[in-house]
Design a protein around this ligand. Sequence first.
Ligand code: N01
Length: 548
Amino acid sequence: MSRASVSAAVGSDHVDGHPASPEWDVVVVGAGFAGLYALHRLRAQGLRVQVLEAGDGVGGTWYWNRYPGARCDVQSMEYSYSFDEGLQNDWEWTERFATQPEILRYIEHVADRLDLRKDIEFGVRVAGAEFDESGSRWTVRTADGSARTARFVVMATGCLSSARVPDFAGLETFGGDWYHSGDWPHEGVDLTGKRVAVIGTGSSGVQLIPLVAEQAAHTTVFQRTPNFVMPARNAPLTDEFTEDFKAHYPQLREQARYAPGGILRNLREQSALDESPEQRQERYEAHWESGGPDIVGAYGDLLRNAESNETLAEFIRGKIAEIVTDPERAALLSPHYAVGAKRIALGTNYYETYNREDVTLVDVAASPLERITSAGIKTADAEYEFDVIVFATGFDAMTGALLRVDFRGENGVTLQDKWHAGPRTLLGVATAGFPNLFTVTGPGSPSVISNVLMSVEQHVEWITDYIEYLTARGHTYAAAVVADEDDWVQRVQDAASGTLYLTANSWYLGANVPGKPRVFMPYVGGVGNFRRHCEKVAANDYEGFVSR
Ligand code: N01
């Protein structure tokens, strides 16, 4: 069928007894880093692409997470697209770790520069999608009741985009205002003179607590699990550093693409136990002084050997004890699990904030949060009054944004049913029984255990190359093979087994969402290894996928 007749057929379900061609070649869901790049690549193939975005602007994570202090913990020069040399050379980052507003400006710049907005519908939330087997196409339904049909659907909905307010009883009775860090008001929130509660001490809580404390009359932090927090040591970038980095961008990017974390890092092979306590102290001190999250790369076995890891945990607990003047509070802030098993946070004045007299720390592990009241929060031991509650309680990570769409694949099977015991994917990009559906940074990909932007690029390139391959051959059907998917799921588990990632209650394992299956979701076998494996699959005519 020609382009013209495809257009003519839009709106009618059948032509000559056959299902009409879909309205779109590809519907991409999400206009963050992944969706924008997918649009750019697919459009270059001459495909008809429509992006559906729930927000009113581009940016994804960086559109929603506008809480005070939000910034990235990957260095700016690396947390940016690498596919366009002109773009990476023209853009000027101002700080070592960019703030949310600066990253959002960058994404908006990219959208304008590549003229992407004209193919994005904003304010549209995808609610469901059904696969039509006879027409080999998806009908994508939106929350407002409209529908689009597409040959392929690319879910670019992010790993940490389904913000989660825990199911606290009584929230609807609270007389003050409440906010979630991942859905922060665009106009900001004035906390001056307010009594503020912050629930949660993950990366978001760690970033926002010091700034909330500076503004509020009193800040009460409800901590269930303390976090290992490294100083960010953020600073303006010098012209000299930027110029030098840019001069070497091509080599540095190529190096990062095949590096374990998709990032430039000096990783040491040596065990922490092979050095003396003094040598270790010196090494850890150097990391503490230079800041950033790289300290888990100080030795090769920190994420595998509990005894090695404990040397680092002890070092960080020592720092907490040095900074926090009240020993009881320092003890409460000191984590007792493996460093890095839950994601390390980067802070600026985080521990120092607990020396303020107007900051209270409540241990909700000892005295659980019972309910929200009209006046504030009730724990097992006490009642507190607040004007504002900030939920820095995280996300239904990796699967949340996918499972809240009612996907119905072959034979009407739902994704919820298929993933009832945990997500199953092939390479994190596809799941058997749901043909022509691709996920960017899906469960089973390195994504959150990497420089996610590097992983986003790799996934988008792989998926769009595959779509090009299919189109060139006139194929209309692409599906993961169950046996290959089983094999990949096993590889993901094998990569994690023996690591300390499995020893803490983290969102990597779904542990933060009551009832969520405990399955380690990211692939920790390394970004470079993953990329090489994906390249091999493509070179072997997309082995593991049925293409027809
Ligand atoms: O969420 P989290 P986040 N009662 O899930 C607590 C990325 N990110 O938004 O640990 C009481 O880490 C929960 O306690 P516990 C980054 O990948 C990056 O902070 O489950 N407390 C925890 O303290 C990060 O890892 C950046 O016991 C409850 C907190 O809420 C990911 O996003 C910045 C509770 C949630 O922490 C998520 O970070 C921000 C309950 N019922 C985010 N439920 C940077 O790049 C949850 N908690 C720097």
